[in-house]
Design a protein around this ligand. Structure first.
Ligand code: THU
Length: 139
């Protein structure tokens, strides 16, 4: 599936965004190795903090459905931003945890602007699973 098609899937996912506070809907579409697409949208909360971004919704949904960390091919994200939307810091950390460093991230907006990057380039120098493992025996 090419980037433009995956972005169309993210636009479909955005239609379900629950955003009574920000009125800023975001959609995400996560492509797995079998060619299946997992949709995510942002889900807000009156206490604000529990809000879940579209990217994490898609990732957690896929993991909960039995898909393994590192088995994803690409993620597309879309919001009604001037330029292509850019994932928040918390989502970048979750992407580092659950996706290969060279996995493609497609970012777009509702006007058709689109750009691409990788998980590695979204969060250079990230603290990840291997760092935790290497420090365990040193206390
Ligand atoms: N949001 C996302 O879902 N993904 C992003 O990449 C940026 C921000 C959500 C969180 C919140 O519901 C709303 O957008 C405004 O920040």
């Amino acid at each position: 599936m090419d980037s433009a098609l995956l972005l169309q899937e993210a636009i479909k996912a955005r239609a379900n965004a629950y955003t009574p506070y920000s009125h800023f809907g975001v959609g995400a579409a996560l492509l797995d190795k079998n060619g299946h697409v997992h949709h995510g949208c942002n889900v807000e909360n009156a206490a604000y903090g529990p809000t879940n971004c579209a990217e994490r919704t898609a990732l957690f949904r896929a993991i909960a459905d039995g898909h393994k960390a590192g088995s994803f091919k690409a993620m597309a994200v879309v919001g009604n931003t001037d330029g292509p939307i850019t994932p928040c810091g918390v989502c970048r950390q979750v992407l580092v945890e659950l996706c290969d460093p060279d996995m493609k991230i497609i970012m777009g907006n509702m006007k058709g602007d689109m750009t691409e990057t990788t998980v590695r380039d979204l969060l250079p120098g990230a603290f990840g699973p291997s760092d935790l493992e290497s420090g365990k025996s040193k206390n």
